[in-house]
Design a protein around this ligand. Structure first.
Ligand code: LLP
Length: 424
C-alpha cells in the first residue's frame, strides 16, 4: 500500500493502493454517495494551515480574519471559527454567513469599494471590529449613518501603496495606483485628519491589500513599510491607532512547487509590527483553504478533432471559473490510474463557450468515458465563483474529517434554478 505523506496536497489527498482519497475516504465512495460534479474539502488541511499561520503570528496580538469570498461554505467558516478565526467580509451576504457560522462580530472586518448604506447599517448594528473604508464618499456616508444610529463606526482607511505586485494574473493585482482599490497614497494623511474629526467615526487602524497569490515576501514588506511610515506620521499628528491590517494574498502551490512559508513571511513582518505595539490583522483566503479542496468530475466523452483530443467532463466553467477567467492552472488527477498511454488532452466542460475548459494541452493518462477525474487545489475561489450558467444546478460540497465525510451543501436541483422567479 502506497501512502504519500508529503507535501500537504498529498496529505489531504493521498493515494492509497493507487486510489485517490480525501484524507481516509476513497474518492469513489464520495461519488457513489453524492454524485458528480462534487466539491470535496479536507477539514484537517484547513486546520493545519490556520494553525501554521496562527503560530507564526503568535509573537504579536493578532487577528486572522479569513477572507470569506475564497469559500463561504458555513462548514468551512465554522471550522475556522472554532480555531479562533475572524472574517474579512465584502458584502451583507458575507456578513450574514459569518455571523451564522458563529464568527463573533468583534472579529469581523468589512472591506470593499462599494458598500451600500444597507450593508453598512447591518455591519454597524452587528458591532463589527472595523470598516476598511476605501473612499472619501464612503467615509462620509458611514459617519452620517453612524450619527443617525447614535453610534461611532470603527474605521481603518484602506490605502493604496502603489506597489506593483507579482501575481499570476493582472486581475488579482490590487496594490498599484491605477486600480479602483483603496485611497490614493497622496491623499491618505489628509483623509485621516478629516476622519479623526468626524463625529460618527472612530479611527482604529490602517489597511492595505496588495493582491492575491503572491509567493514572495518582498511585496508584503514593501506594503508594510508604507503602512509603518503612515502610522508614524499619524502618531505625530496624535491620531490614535489600534491595529495594522496587511490584507490577504499569501500564495499557495498549484503546480507542486512551494507555497509561501507562513514562518518566513512572519519573520519579515512580525518584528516590525511588534515594535509598534499595534495589533496585526491579516485577511488570508486562499492560503487557508485553497489546497484543501478538490473537484470530482466524471468523463462523459472523449473525442478528437482539429489535431486535438478533447476529454469532455460533467464539470465546466460554471463550476470552476479559474482556468477560463485567470488562466488558472489546476492539476488534473485520475481518481484511479489504469497505467494506460499518456497523451496531450484538453479537459473541457459541457458549456456552450469555447472558453469552457478546466485544463488545456495537458499531458496525462488519456481517460475513458465513465472514469473519474479530480481537479486539485480548488478550495479557494472554486465553489464561491461558481454559477448556474447554462442552467446547471451547482455541485454539492462535502467535508471530510479523517474517515468521516459529511454533506455540507446539497446539490442544487432544477427547481432551485427557478425558485426565485415569479410567473407573469
Ligand atoms: N482581502 C481583500 C480586501 C481582498 O480583496 C482579498 C481577495 C483577500 C483579502 C483575500 O485574498 P487571498 O488571501 O485569498 O489571496 N478570484 C481570484 C482571487 C481574487 C482575490 C480577490 N480579493 C482567484 O481565483 O485567483
Amino acid at each position: 500500500m502506497e501512502n504519500i505523506a508529503e507535501p500537504l496536497a498529498a496529505e489531504a489527498f493521498p493515494r492509497v493502493g493507487g486510489v485517490l482519497h480525501c484524507e481516509n475516504v476513497p474518492m469513489q465512495e464520495l461519488v457513489a454517495r453524492w454524485g458528480t460534479p462534487l466539491y470535496v474539502y479536507s477539514q484537517n488541511a484547513i486546520r493545519d494551515r490556520f494553525r501554521e499561520l496562527d503560530d507564526a503570528l503568535s509573537p504579536v496580538p493578532h487577528l486572522i480574519a479569513y477572507s470569506v469570498k475564497a469559500n463561504g461554505n458555513l462548514a468551512v467558516l465554522r471550522t475556522l471559527a472554532d480555531l479562533g478565526a475572524g472574517a474579512d467580509i465584502v458584502s451583507g451576504g458575507e456578513l450574514h454567513r459569518a455571523l451564522l457560522a458563529g464568527i463573533p462580530p468583534e472579529r469581523i472586518v468589512f472591506s470593499g469599494v462599494g458598500k451600500t448604506v444597507i450593508e453598512l447599517a447591518a455591519a454597524l448594528s452587528a458591532g463589527i471590529y472595523a470598516f476598511n473604508v476605501e473612499s472619501e464618499g464612503e467615509l462620509c456616508a458611514l459617519s452620517d449613518l453612524a450619527c443617525a444610529m447614535g453610534t461611532r463606526a470603527p474605521v481603518a482607511l484602506r490605502v493604496n501603496p502603489d506597489i506593483d505586485t507579482p501575481t499570476p494574473h493582472a486581475y488579482t493585482r490590487t496594490g498599484h495606483a491605477a486600480t479602483k482599490f483603496g485611497i490614493a497614497a497622496a491623499r491618505a494623511r489628509t483623509l485621516y485628519s478629516i476622519a479623526a474629526k468626524m463625529p460618527g467615526v472612530r479611527v482604529r487602524g490602517i489597511d492595505v491589500h496588495i493582491g492575491s497569490q503572491i509567493l514572495e515576501v518582498g511585496p508584503f514588506r514593501q506594503a508594510l513599510d508604507y503602512v509603518l511610515d503612515l502610522a508614524h506620521e499619524l502618531k505625530r499628528e496624535e491620531v490614535e491607532l489600534e491595529f495594522l491590517d496587511l490584507g490577504g494574498g499569501l500564495g499557495i502551490s498549484y503546480e507542486g512547487g512551494p507555497r509561501i512559508s507562513a514562518a518566513e513571511w512572519a519573520d519579515e513582518i512580525v518584528p516590525a509590527v511588534a515594535a509598534t505595539g499595534l495589533k496585526l490583522v491579516v485577511e488570508p483566503g486562499r492560503f487557508l483553504v485553497g489546497e484543501s479542496g478538490a473537484l470530482l468530475t466524471r468523463v462523459l466523452y472523449v473525442k478528437e478533432g482539429g489535431g486535438k483530443r478533447f476529454v469532455i467532463t460533467d464539470a465546466g466553467m460554471n463550476d470552476l471559473l479559474r482556468p477560463s477567467h485567470y488562466s488558472g492552472w489546476h492539476a488534473v488527477e485520475p481518481v484511479e490510474p489504469h497505467g494506460r498511454a499518456r497523451g496531450h488532452v484538453d479537459v473541457v466542460g459541457p458549456i456552450c463557450e469555447t472558453g469552457d475548459f478546466l485544463a488545456l494541452d495537458r499531458e496525462m493518462e488519456v481517460p475513458k468515458p465513465g472514469e473519474l477525474l479530480s481537479i486539485m487545489t480548488v478550495g479557494a475561489y472554486g465553489f464561491s465563483m461558481s454559477s448556474q450558467y447554462n442552467q446547471r444546478p451547482r455541485p454539492a460540497e462535502v467535508m471530510v474529517d479523517g474517515a468521516e465525510a459529511t454533506l455540507v451543501r446539497r446539490r442544487e436541483t432544477v427547481d432551485d434554478l427557478v425558485a426565485a422567479e415569479m410567473d407573469l
